[in-house]
Design a protein around this ligand. Sequence first.
Ligand SMILES: O=C(O)c1ccccc1NCC(=O)[C@H](O)[C@H](O)COP(=O)(O)O
Length: 263
Amino acid sequence: MILDEIIEKTKEDLERRKVEIPLDLLGRSLSSNPYAPRDVKKYLTSTKDEPVRIIAEVKKASPSKGIIKEDFDPLAIAQEYSANGANAISVLTEPHYFKGDLEYLTQIRRYVPTPLLRKDFIVDKYQIVEALVYGADFILLIAKALSTKELKELYEYALYVGLEVLVEIHDKEDLSKAMKCGANIVGINHRNLDTFEMDMQLCDKLIPMIPNGKIIVAESGVSNTETIKRLSSIGADAFLIGEHFMRVPSIKDELETFKNAIK
Ligand SMILES: O=C(O)c1ccccc1NCC(=O)[C@H](O)[C@H](O)COP(=O)(O)O
């Protein structure tokens, strides 16, 4: 199972990083951290004036597609997203399967004003402190990868250090975990992270089960305005889009089209 494999590798790497830079040392660098996390909820909540919110992803590769973008310049991509109306930017930091890097967060945070998501497989408080130190505003927690207790502990720790959390779900059990931890931002991932199968009808099943007042993010496989219009009409606030933006000839044109899907 690919998700288990990624988590296993993540834990191995983590043990090494914890020896290289122990948590207290990592935490100490926060006293000189120039980047306070922004409150991302206001950036991701759909409003009458700006109904479609976009989290645009900086994504070089993935387990399902291999290398997606050969000539990959994370800063240039993030600058283009920011200049053309992305409400947040998702930065993949997992190195083995997505060819990401934690340093991308810092590079982008230095020059780009848009809020940043650390998109990784977070299983430990150490990674949350890293997210803060490297310049993220919010993190991803994948319900499928964590027990209810782990999810709640990591969620509360993230909020405690000032980071918001996107809690990702794929089925009813995940949703139940997300609600138990009190998630405010719920991401519905159309992609099954073990089989890579896409279920573009998943929001239709899960959104009606989510209590009012939550910010809902539709994740993966979004590549046209019809999907954005349809999912917005049933309650999606925001859309997390990676591969599609990596492959289009003009990010500017595509972002503009998606942002104006509802008028
Ligand atoms: O993208 C994958 O192949 C993948 C495989 C296993 C675990 C996670 C995976 N992707 C992470 C994501 O959730 C997506 O990068 C994100 O939702 C954007 O999806 P897309 O627009 O389809 O690139």
